[in-house]
Design a protein around this ligand. Sequence first.
Ligand code: PLP
Length: 467
Amino acid sequence: MNLSNYSPGVQKYIEIGDKIKQKQRHLIESRKKLKFDTIAVHGLYSIEEALENNQGAVIEPLYLSTSQAYRDADEMEAALAYLMPTWSYTRIANPTTYYLEWTLALLEGYQTGCDTSCVITSSGMSAITSAIDPFIVKQKSGEEKINIVATCQVYGGTFQLFTVRKMQERGVEIRWILHPDDMDEWKSKIDENTRLLYGEAPSNPQQSFFDIEEVAKIAHQFEIPLILDSTCATPALMRPIQYGADIVVHSTTKSLTTGGLAVGGAILSKKPITTKIKNDNPLFKENFAEYVKFLPYRDNGPAASPFNALMTLNDLRTLRLKMDFLSRNTMKVAEFLQSHPAVYQVDYLGLESHPLHKIAKKYMKLVDSDDGKGNPVNRYGHLMSFRIDGPPENARKVLNSFKIIWRATDLGRIKSLATIPAISTHQQQGEEARQMADIPPQLIRLCVGAEHYEDIIADLEQALSKI
Ligand SMILES: *Cc1c(COP(=O)(O)O)cnc(C)c1O
């Protein structure tokens, strides 16, 4: 960049900006040396910053202001050319959302050996849209037929986004992977027009999983990125970037905000990502999340509310402890359901009987844990599903009989919740697609909360006795 194009007044602000950036880099490096829990509690908010800028407030301040004022025209020019750190306007950036972005970037990058960056969005769906759109752009003037290769066992909203919004409305071909543990199937579906591989692990609700490391290798052989929805795992149980994923998306609405008071999403990327897309902006490859934030995000407008960002930030400080506790609760509940005569199948990756248990075991480990012999302990999250014997009516009867477990199409909560995906989250995709994704009407999805597990089991027991 040629700074001599700018007046001495603007240059003065660029220099001030460089000092701020240097200080920020220093803080990031020192935070990276801390443990996961410490990063989750403090993020990038420091004592020094609190005392200098925020009246000493111990908790990150909530900036609801839509915009930032500048000292003079020179500062405005330097800031809006992104030549100094600025937030400018809440659709583009905001000091409160900044704290959440950095906390997530540090947690998702924790012990991966990679530098990461993050942009948070208004919802999980807007994070997924913002993550894939930059790859499904025309490259040549010709008639190339762009395609995406994705696991078919994905969140219902993602299935709709891909099939209706992208395939039917925009002509992007979606090639579904039916058996994500079959590497030959992945290879056979990729061609020169494949722009990205997409997967969800563990998947909602079926608890599908795949060998992330192997799939990332295949993606990189074809010079394309692997994008992974890691909502159900959270960085406390898995950090896919360590295994080669290029971009991770989250619905922060779920286990990252167990309190259930904010919808939100996040895109995390490693630096650089693998892609053969030609983009004039070097950030696209070098720092994808930042590229999204500065360009398409600014133009498309999926910005998160600072209030929601603070809710999430506040909840995720104890993420590791919660995911440990919730996972242990879920294991107890899954074991109970597995031994119940009215239940013909329990899908929980933590159960040894689950066909994908071995592969999940390789990946899902509680961060900074120790089994006493120097190995991390496996934890599998708090989402599970179970299938009730007999006609679909039985599943409805069980659902209707819950007294403590809430009937709600939600997950990741501190309170236990259950739904029948075939009539809720996965209703729109139709019978055929549900069969492909193995979601029969007998399946109840249960997300186990932080109640005492004996009370949850008692509630399930009395509900199952009704059929
Ligand atoms: C809920 C969910 C989403 C969508 O997130 P929203 O915040 O509801 O937009 C995406 N992926 C998974 C796995 C989810 O559970």
